[in-house]
Design a protein. Structure first.
Length: 201
């Protein structure tokens, strides 16, 4: 098992397995409701908070995809591979956007938008309905985004890369707090020092 996720009502579970298999389960009966296979292993999977029939999956080799269990339709956030921050230079735009690997994606708490993180520290925001980009911010380190979580009230976005954990203001896309990964800095420290990253700010 590579990744798992709950539905908001706790009645369904989505799993990502080896060889790209995605399955949706009924928790009460234990039955598999839906199965599909992506082009590669999904690093993250999540059930939409506003529709338990919609799954967000982020393949290891590819772009994030929205899967409609009821219809079988799959919609890819294709442009997340070449998205760029609004502050990108004119020269960079003329040369064309470089294709970047995407590592993680997650819904906002209302399921209306989707955060996507790529290999160069760029976090982009997309409308779940239209898949249009509606925002972005760049990590100072420009290293791969490994995980993204949204606070319960939706006011903050938690982003981790290799070595640092940052909290961003969701409305302004500005850095709010920054934490060092103490496990990396102190190899012999207790595992309890590892941040589980469920902040209530």
């Amino acid at each position: 098992m590579v990744a798992i996720g709950w539905s908001l009502n706790g009645r369904r579970v989505v799993t990502a397995e080896e060889k790209g298999r995605i399955r949706l389960w009924n928790v009460e009966s234990g039955a598999c409701i839906y199965t599909t296979v992506l082009e590669s292993i999904a690093l993250t999977v999540q059930i939409s908070p506003c529709d338990p029939d919609v799954i967000l999956a982020c393949p290891n080799a590819g772009v994030p995809v929205l899967i409609d269990v009821a219809t079988g339709e799959m919609r890819s956030i294709t442009r997340s591979h070449t998205a760029e921050a609004p502050a990108a230079s004119t020269t960079a735009r003329k040369q064309g956007s470089e294709i970047q690997r995407v590592y993680t994606a997650c819904f906002t708490n209302d399921g209306v938008r989707i955060y996507v993180g790529n290999a160069k520290g760029l976090v982009t925001l997309w409308e779940a309905k239209t898949l249009d980009q509606c925002g972005s911010f760049q990590l100072p380190s420009a290293t791969a985004v490994r995980n993204i979580q949204v606070s319960r009230d939706g006011a903050y976005v938690l982003v981790s890369d290799s070595g640092k954990i940052r909290v961003y203001d969701a409305r302004q896309s500005t850095l709010y707090r920054e934490f060092m990964d103490q496990v990396d800095l102190r190899p012999h420290a207790s595992p309890a020092l590892s941040l589980s990253l469920s902040l209530s700010l």
